[in-house]
Design a binder for this molecule. Structure first.
Ligand SMILES: [Zn+2]
Ligand SMILES: [Zn+2]
Length: 423
């Protein structure tokens, strides 16, 4: 079966823009119809190959990172150990870049299947530890999606000795430090007395075998691995969220006899000055002058995450009011692998004129055009009082043991209005 010839999207009979739900559906259908048990003896081998191809296509396409690698580099992105450092061919071409980016550095000598396809029922050697790290992304980057390349220094199996640590035909000796066990028993002082502890032998690095100095591989000096810089590509799909994990499969340090672990990036969204995000929805505050709130306007009120200006014009005769919220459908965050978007919530902040800004002529005009007060409140006695104009409702009932003080605060949070709280 030559995977290079086959288009993974064709294998699953989907188009290139398929969503993850569509991929899952197509996979189930294709896996069922190609399952070897469903075919007659003479067609079974073919069905099995088909079945494996379906599995592999699904493994790649259901993972955003792998799917991106496939979309941009084809199956070459998943081949390991070919063209390893051979330096063949002239000039810089895509193959060189790919070799640099994707071959596992060492060429041969890797355990079979390393860096290849997961989930194909192969039982590989023990897997090395994963390397996890946080990756900070801005809201703009999450909105647009991002592909980034970076150099990673890691241990790869020495290509000269294929990870044996010795020269060709050299025979290793039993490690004298650990007697070939690969482990040494040490002693440690603890509050409970002297404790015995087994640890990996540092002389042979746990292999139990060493080469004489003259037999050691010249390239890795018997260490079996060498440090290599490798270019890695990280793909962050648009619409990704805080906490999403991006797995670079098999890109952690290599150790002979072990399948390498993964490098796992966990996304951290940096706080944004203008926008707040919850799920696929965005919220922002817009400033509107009192005159605009009363008389209307038609202008850009916000610069969106992709740089577009968001323009609004309230319908004629509609007045904007303090704390009013405008919802714009489909202007929130994009959703992964889909054309759907969340909504944008604009919280209206009305900028009133500063104290003393209105002269008496302006005040006179306003009095004439704006509605006056309700009919006067009739009382027998009238007291003229002074007030503190910077008071805060949090001080209302504060320090009293009246349980309604607490009630007040709760109500205020839920309903957003003090008038709802008292009777
Ligand atoms: Zn070596
Ligand atoms: Zn040893």
């Amino acid at each position: 079966m030559d995977m290079e010839e086959e288009d993974l999207y064709e294998i699953l009979s989907i188009d290139r823009g398929a969503s993850s739900v569509e991929i899952k559906k197509a996979y189930r259908k294709a896996a069922l119809s190609s399952h070897p048990d469903k075919h007659a003896e003479e067609n079974r081998a073919e069905a099995e190959a088909r079945f494996k191809a379906v599995q592999q296509a699904y493994d790649i396409l259901q993972d955003d990172q792998k799917r991106h690698m496939y979309d941009t580099h084809g199956m070459a992105a998943f081949k390991s150990g070919h063209g390893a450092g051979a330096g063949a061919g002239g000039g810089v071409d895509l193959d060189d870049i790919l070799a640099q980016m994707f071959n596992m550095g060492g060429g041969g000598g890797m355990p079979p299947g390393m860096g290849g396809m997961p989930g194909m029922g192969r039982r590989g050697p023990a897997k090395g530890p994963n390397e996890e790290q946080a990756y900070e992304v801005t809201l703009e980057e999450l909105y647009k999606g991002k592909t980034t390349r970076f150099a990673s220094t890691k241990s790869v199996i020495c290509g000269t000795c294929d990870g044996s640590g010795g020269k060709e035909k050299a025979k290793p000796m039993k490690c004298s430090n650990c007697g070939g066990k690969g482990q040494v028993i040490g002693h440690r002082h603890t509050p409970f007395g002297l404790m015995q502890e087994a640890s990996q032998c540092s002389n042979c690095e746990g292999t139990g075998q060493v080469f004489k100095d003259k037999d050691k591989c010249k390239k890795c000096k018997g260490k079996r691995v060498v440090q290599t810089k490798k270019m890695l590509e990280l793909y962050i799909p648009r619409g990704s969220r805080e906490g999403d994990k991006i797995v670079l499969q098999g890109e952690a340090d290599q150790t002979p006899g072990q399948e390498p672990g993964d490098i796992i990036f966990e996304l951290t969204e940096t706080p944004h000055e203008v926008f707040k995000r919850v799920g696929a929805d965005l919220a922002a505050t817009i400033d509107v002058t009192l005159a605009e709130a009363l008389t209307g306007f038609n202008r850009v009120v916000l610069k969106h995450l992709d740089g577009r200006g968001i323009q609004i014009s309230p319908p004629k005769g509609k007045i904007l009011r303090p704390e009013q919220v405008l919802r714009i459908e489909g202007e929130g965050m994009p959703m992964k692998r889909s054309d759907a978007r969340g909504n944008l919530f604009l919280m209206v902040n009305i900028e009133f004129p500063e104290d003393g800004k209105l002269d008496s002529a302006a005040i006179e005009k306003l009095r004439n055009v704006l509605p006056g007060p309700e009919p006067p409140i009739k009382t027998e006695e009238v007291e003229e009082v002074e007030y503190d104009g910077d008071a805060n409702m949090e001080d209302f009932g504060a320090g009293s043991d009246d349980p309604r003080g607490a009630e007040w605060e709760d109500d205020e949070e839920e309903d957003g209005g003090p008038q709802c709280a008292t009777q």
